[in-house]
Write a protein of this length. Structure first.
Length: 564
């Protein structure tokens, strides 16, 4: 039934003056906008949206998952962030898993309780409010909109209903049943059906009243440990209570007069920067948008960047990631020499399987602060395990570990896995004496699509002059490694010319074209808010006010941008 989902509507960018939000669900966007109008700032609104999306899209996100955020401070120009990813249980070493009979060739099922890592999202929400929030609104006030959605109920969106059903089916195929808190009489909700989640409302109320201890200690923590231990996991209350977020300094690279900022490892933000560095050497605009030359170069660069990311990227508390070497322009120039315009590169094997289902959203407030935020369960409902009377499922982010002993991402106790979720910010290239000027908050969710999506929508604006909405609307390319065939697979969305697909095949690429309907979800769902129309080549920026906010929301999702 994938062909039932058509993409026929045309959407204008949202333009506004004071504040703007963009998320994957209109009700969540409305919750965030309400926070801005009540005096909250970008961080306050982002946390409100995160909680609202936990209610409206439990098949993608929730308190049982992880989160990352980047925050641009308009007063200082400083960009900081929070790594809200959790660690594996202390007892979950490679020797322990081998003792259970698992090997690199025969690991646990991706939905196994052994792959549940400590949920980092609730701590990230609390810390974002504490570190970056306006302090005009309490956490309780910030979470109130999500609590009301969970208590009163909301009609489920079309795309969310589809993924809700698909992930429940995937869990059942793996011999698992999703907890009843996230079903209606044992069934997934259909599009337009009102869904209520009083258990999640209570969890959010407790978080708002008591902060992090309400989640990582007490009732909720005990419920988490109980359901994990009943299903063969080894997480303890101490694993939960010892969790904390990490304040991070983002990593960045320069591209044609702008600077893209991404979270550092264990996040895969590195992959987006490696990709952009390689592409900087090619005349992309002259090649033409989504031409065979353009997509060929993009695909080759993705293969190089993702192979490096998956070879070197792990938890920096456990391994040394050679960031300076990898991000050096000299290294990217070496990588460029490996690309031939006539033929796809020979075999390059990455090390990880892929998963997706995440939510990305962004906010820019009236003071010029920006918050770029991403929240995820990993594979749909994650493990599918729902702690009793808590209203959310527990992530399976540990499925990104490998059981290969010498790999940087080998499983170990109290270790964070290679993490796919990445929020991004874009600024100008300020000198050391100047503060960087914010240009955009942007992101595209979707497993290993995320760095590829960041770069494609950025190039759509930078090289081809598209406004934020058009940049998201444009057909995308998704490159991933097919472990069954030991080949890189190039997925081309409907809208890419058939002649381009055929030419890519002639050059040696394995091409899947056209990808249509609900299968287009593999290309991610993105949001963009820009400050000014710097991407418009026909406007003299010196004569044009830059305070106008322009925003777009991905047509592949249920969401929208809103401003005032």
């Amino acid at each position: 039934m994938d062909t039932d989902l058509t993409f026929s509507s045309r959407r204008s960018p949202v333009v506004c003056l004071h504040g703007c939000v963009a998320s994957n669900q209109p009700l969540a966007s409305n919750v965030g906008l309400d926070i801005l109008k009540r005096g909250g700032n970008a961080a306050d609104a982002a946390v409100a949206i995160a909680a609202a999306l936990a209610v409206t899209e439990p098949c993608s996100t929730g308190p049982g998952g992880d989160a990352f955020c980047l925050f641009y401070d308009a007063n200082t120009g400083e960009i900081r962030g929070i790594n809200g990813s959790g660690r594996s249980p202390r007892a979950q070493t490679l020797d322990f898993l081998k003792g259970r009979g698992y090997t690199a060739e025969a690991p646990p099922s991706p939905f196994d309780a052994l792959y549940i890592t400590v949920p980092g999202a609730p701590a990230c929400w609390c810390d974002a409010i504490q570190l970056f929030g306006s302090h005009k609104l309490s956490l309780q006030e910030v979470l109130r909109g999500a609590v009301e959605l969970a208590e009163v109920g909301f009609p489920v969106g079309e795309v969310a209903a589809h993924h809700w059903a698909n992930w429940v089916a995937a869990l059942r195929d793996a011999g698992k049943e999703l907890g009843g808190d996230l079903l209606i009489d044992g069934h997934t909700p259909r599009c337009g059906q009102v869904f209520r989640n009083p258990a999640l409302a209570q969890t959010l109320k407790e978080l708002g009243e008591h902060g992090k201890p309400a989640f990582y200690q007490g009732r909720v923590a005990q419920a988490i440990i109980d359901v994990i231990n009943r299903n063969g996991g080894v997480m303890t209350l101490d694993d939960l209570s010892s969790h904390d977020s990490e304040v991070i300094t983002p990593i960045s690279t320069e591209f044609k007069g702008v600077r893209l900022w991404e979270p550092p490892p264990n996040s895969q933000g590195l992959a987006a920067l490696l990709l952009l560095n390689i592409l900087d050497s090619f005349p992309l605009k002259a090649m033409g948008h989504n031409s065979s030359d353009y997509i060929h170069v993009l695909v080759e660069a993705v293969c190089l960047a993702m192979t490096d990311a998956q070879r070197y990227l792990g938890d920096p508390d456990h391994v040394t990631v050679p960031l300076d070497t990898l991000l050096d322009k000299g290294y990217s120039n070496q990588q460029v020499q490996r690309i031939s315009m006539d033929r796809a590169m020979e075999h390059m094997e990455p090390g990880l399987m892929t998963g997706s289902d995440t939510v990305y959203f962004c906010v820019i407030d009236s003071q010029g602060n920006a918050c770029s935020f991403v929240n995820s369960n990993y594979m749909g409902f994650g493990s599918g395990l729902v702690p009793k009377d808590c209203g959310f499922s527990l992530q399976n982010r540990g499925a990104n570990f490998t059981l290969c002993p010498n790999h940087v991402n080998c499983v170990d106790g109290s270790k964070r896995p290679y993490h796919t979720i990445i929020p991004a910010l874009l600024t100008d290239c300020a000198t050391e004496s100047q503060k960087p000027r914010l240009l955009a908050a942007l992101g595209v969710m979707g497993g290993f699509m995320q760095p590829q999506g960041h770069v494609q929508v950025l190039l759509n604006m930078m090289e081809f002059g598209m406004n934020p909405q058009r940049a998201l609307d444009a057909p995308r390319v998704y490159v991933h490694y097919d472990h069954k065939t030991d080949q890189w697979l190039v997925n081309l969305e409907e809208g890419v010319d058939e002649e381009v697909a055929e030419e890519l095949r002639r050059r040696g690429h394995k091409v899947n074209w056209p990808v249509t309907g609900h299968k287009r979800s593999q290309f991610g769902r993105g949001q963009i808010i820009t400050v000014g129309d710097w991407w418009n080549p026909s406007v003299n920026q010196a004569d044009h006010p830059s305070r106008v906010l322009w925003a777009g929301s991905d047509p592949r999702g249920d969401g929208c941008a809103q401003g005032y």
